[in-house]
Design a protein around this ligand. Structure first.
Ligand SMILES: Cc1ncc(COP(=O)(O)O)c(C=O)c1O
Length: 338
């Protein structure tokens, strides 16, 4: 049962809920997702998930709307992305229906942990897929388990929607070109820690560049990059970045505003020509960038102390859909009866 959670004090950290939802796949057959209070897994010591990092995950949110309804945002897209990530590591992809059923069950079983509308807090789901079969030969295994871990998380911008500084990273790569960066693989995050922690120590977030030439913008910590140049919405094309579902949604909304949307290689120096810049992802929707410091070139690109008008508009437009404050014309939200 929910203890007294101060919804306004939550941040992006794990808070335990009553149940997780699990479904194992053996010999290609998925079991029906079930809820359990057991938050531990018994894993064979030689499981390839543990030995060789055969593990992928996802992240998505449920929102209590202004109208009291409960919505989950683009769940099927997360299911499809998990399937692509699983295929990328030669794991068994969970069927979209198994994934979605697990999320719905996790929501219903933990409904007391869905924060009230006014708080801006949400219930975040972390589905994780891990290969469970033992093997010491360096080879992939197909048996795996899907576990959906729910946790309430605080509003990303509890006070004002504000800007963050970034630093350009050219000496540590998050993921290789044509490697696993396009998949949501745990190892990508472990390999980003050295750079992100070093950036944090200096008061910045980390802007990764492409691992081949280090000339182009790849990602902003664990988020995609967006630049606004006049009436153009720019976002990087790269074989090493995770296709963000938030970015995809914002591109649709930008087109709706009459903007030109371009996905292409973006040189770091092009920041000088942009009016607004941001990181985007499920956690923040949009996190505007105040400035980007390039230590190798000793240049700082400034975007101002306050979020720009176009990003602010896009931010509110997407949040309005997630909270049921406007029409969901693209059918992005599933209303869940709880
Ligand atoms: C590396 C990385 N890039 C981008 C994103 C943003 O993706 P999404 O908008 O689907 O949350 C995430 C978060 O999932 C991420 O971990």
């Amino acid at each position: 049962m929910k203890q007294n959670i101060d919804w306004n004090k939550l941040s992006f950290h794990y808070t335990e809920t009553d149940y997780v939802v699990r479904s194992a796949c053996r010999d290609g057959v998925w079991e029906k997702p079930y809820a359990t209070e057991d938050k531990t897994i018994t894993l064979h010591v030689a499981a390839t998930g543990l030995q060789y990092g055969q593990q992928v995950f996802e992240g998505l949110k449920a929102f209590r709307g202004a109208d009291g309804q409960v919505r989950v945002f683009r769940m099927e897209e997360n299911a499809r992305r998990m399937a692509r990530s699983a295929e990328g590591l030669l794991m068994t992809p969970p069927p979209v229906e198994v994934f979605c059923e697990a999320i719905r069950l996790a929501l219903r079983k933990n409904i007391d942990f869905l924060p009230p509308y006014e708080t801006g807090a949400t219930l975040y789901f972390r589905p994780v897929l891990i290969a469970t079969a033992p093997e010491i030969a360096v080879a992939p295994e197909k048996d795996c388990e899907l576990i959906v871990i729910p946790t309430p998380i605080g509003a990303y911008f509890p006070g004002k929607f504000h800007c963050t500084p970034f630093v350009v990273e050219r000496h540590i790569d998050r993921a290789a070109a044509f490697g696993t960066g396009q998949f949501k693989v745990g190892g990508n995050y472990a390999s980003s820690f050295r750079a992100t922690e070093a950036a944090h120590a200096k008061g910045f977030d980390c802007m990764f560049t492409d691992s081949k030439t280090h000339r182009y913008i790849d990602e902003c910590s664990a988020a995609n990059f967006i630049g606004i140049k006049g009436n153009e919405y720019l976002t990087p094309r790269s074989s090493a970045i995770l296709p963000s579902i938030t970015n995809d949604s914002l591109m649709t909304l930008a087109r709706e505003l009459g903007m030109k949307v371009t996905r292409r290689h973006i040189r770091v120096e092009e920041l000088a020509e942009m009016d607004e810049a941001a990181a985007c992802g499920t956690a923040c929707v949009i996190s505007p960038i105040g400035k980007v410091y390039d230590p190798d070139k000793e240049i700082t690109y400034h975007f101002g102390e306050k979020p720009g008008p176009i990003l602010t508009r896009l931010y509110h437009a997407l949040k309005d859909i997630q909270y049921g404050r406007c029409e969901d014309k693209y059918g992005w939200c599933e209303v869940i009866k709880v």
